[in-house]
Design a protein around this ligand. Structure first.
Ligand SMILES: [Mg+2]
Length: 325
């Protein structure tokens, strides 16, 4: 009896953590065809048809999930994501991804990674990336894109019992490429939203995460999130701006109805390009731990060589294995 309960509890947590990554990958793949294109009318239904900036195959996820996989893999291998080796692994993985596997890449991320490329392979790689990100922000270049927000969710899974630690880590990995404090604050809120959803099964975590921000920033974000409750997601546009994207994600009661996968297995989907799904309910039949939940694409073999976060057509790559085609 005890063993049965333990097994059921294990499956429960496995399903929810898998749902964070699987949902984000699916939401990304669903948003791919619509990035930078017109907003769908209320009568139109988004379809996972590929295309977009890649162009992507139907069901293939994009740059945001590819970068998130780098974070997830580091979280698997490091108990302290704030450590130097963890930062170095993530920075190196992102540089390698840009060189070898990026199917598309945001302008801000590309700028920072390019500037840090010369430090690849050295212990200074993460510090160089932080510096490049900071210099861009200090120079007044646009630095509050939604790129760091779209990749941040896996961090929550490494800090499910430590909201304060998660806030520190979320802000830090945001700043690697997005030094604007708005980007870091959005990542803090969204990570707490994900952590809370996994632990408690509701959507109130983003609002609850306000306590994790610096005290003088809470009122501003409270006002932004409160207003978001009164309007549909598309009222906050363009969602390339991290604050707009976070306001869409943070809605506790989306003005638009949610797609339903099956009775009792609802996923709430903000219809924004590549938005993570909210992990309130996740498939009960997710068969394997989350490293295996990467979406498979059907792009031609070799389209994304040597990058473990993107699998290609007919590929049978296992978790944690570099793609060889
Ligand atoms: Mg993308």
């Amino acid at each position: 009896m005890t063993m049965s309960l333990a097994r059921d509890a294990g499956r429960f947590w496995s399903d929810r953590t898998a749902g964070v990554l699987l949902g984000a990958a699916c939401g990304d793949a669903l948003g791919v065809p619509y990035e930078f294109s017109r907003r769908l009318a209320d009568t139109e239904t988004p379809e996972m048809i590929g295309g977009g900036l890649g162009p992507y195959a139907p069901g293939e996820y994009s740059d945001d999930t590819q970068m998130a996989v780098c974070l997830a893999q580091a979280a698997l291998e490091h108990t302290d994501m704030g450590s130097g080796p963890a930062r170095q692994q993530v920075a190196e993985a992102w540089l390698r991804w840009r060189r070898e596997g990026a199917s598309d890449i945001g302008a801000q991320t590309s700028s920072v990674l390019s500037a840090a490329e010369h430090a690849g392979g050295t212990i200074l790689v993460a510090a160089t990336m932080f510096e490049a990100s900071w210099k861009r922000y200090q120079a007044g270049a646009p630095s509050a894109g939604n790129g760091s927000l779209m990749r941040t969710a896996p961090l929550a899974l490494a800090y499910l019992d430590d909201p304060e630690g998660l806030a520190d880590i979320a802000a830090m990995y945001s700043a690697l490429t997005h030094a604007d404090p708005l980007a870091g604050e959005a990542c803090v809120l969204w990570c707490e939203g994900v952590r809370h959803a996994v632990m408690h099964g509701d959507f109130t975590g983003v609002q609850a995460g306000l306590r994790l921000l610096e005290e003088d920033r809470r009122a501003q974000w409270q006002a932004w999130l409160d207003e978001a409750e009164t309007k549909p997601p598309h009222a906050f546009s363009p969602n390339g701006f991290v604050v707009s994207a976070c306001r869409q994600l943070g809605q506790r009661s989306p003005a638009h109805p949610s797609p339903r996968t099956a009775p009792g297995r609802e996923v709430s989907l903000p219809i924004t390009s590549g938005s993570p799904l909210r992990p309130r309910y996740v498939p009960e039949t997710t068969p394997t731990p989350w490293p295996r939940s990467r979406a498979r694409c059907s792009a031609p073999a070799g389209a994304h060589p040597q990058f473990p976060g993107t699998t290609t057509g007919q590929c049978t790559v296992g978790p944690g294995t570099a793609h060889a085609s």
